[in-house]
Design a protein. Structure first.
Length: 152
């Protein structure tokens, strides 16, 4: 996957965690859009809005995620089971030109899970700093910790 096909924004955040579970078990969880509420912090609801042309919830589909007080309008822009998927979030008050990537790689009888966020900061400086330095790193690390518990 060439990220430049989707955004020119720089990589802002990356978290990675080894999970002692088969890649197919991890993929089953991370690719279940509505199931995100069971392991993703601050996501209280996921609404599947529009399937792709093949009527699947894969590349080209759209979902809305209730993230705290914000409604994230997301589009799946890349889908390669069980190794990766990427999603974009419509420009909002703290980020623009966003792409998030979940990558899974088989490693030592388990799976290395990497979550990368590309975006340009948006909005006023204190909110940008809080999002990049506090909120998003917390959410990303906690999500991978929760994912580990979910497959254990």
């Amino acid at each position: 996957m060439n990220i430049k096909n989707f955004t020119n924004a720089p990589e802002q955040l990356r978290v990675s965690k080894f999970i002692a579970a088969p890649i197919t078990d991890i993929w089953k969880i991370v690719s279940d859009h509505e199931g995100m509420t069971g392991w993703m912090p601050m996501i209280s609801k996921v609404e599947l809005v529009q399937p792709n042309a093949e009527q699947k919830w894969e590349e080209g589909s759209e979902r809305h995620c209730q993230f705290g007080p914000d409604l994230l309008q997301e589009r799946i822009v890349y889908w390669n089971p069980p190794y990766a998927y990427a999603y974009s979030i419509a420009d909002m008050h703290i980020v623009k030109d966003h792409i998030g990537v979940f990558q899974l790689a088989e490693k030592n009888n388990g799976t290395q899970v990497t979550w990368i966020q590309y975006f340009n900061p948006n909005g006023i400086a204190p909110k940008r700093w809080m999002a990049k330095k506090v909120m998003l790193p917390f959410v990303m690390k906690k999500a991978l910790k929760n994912l580990t518990k979910k497959v254990s």
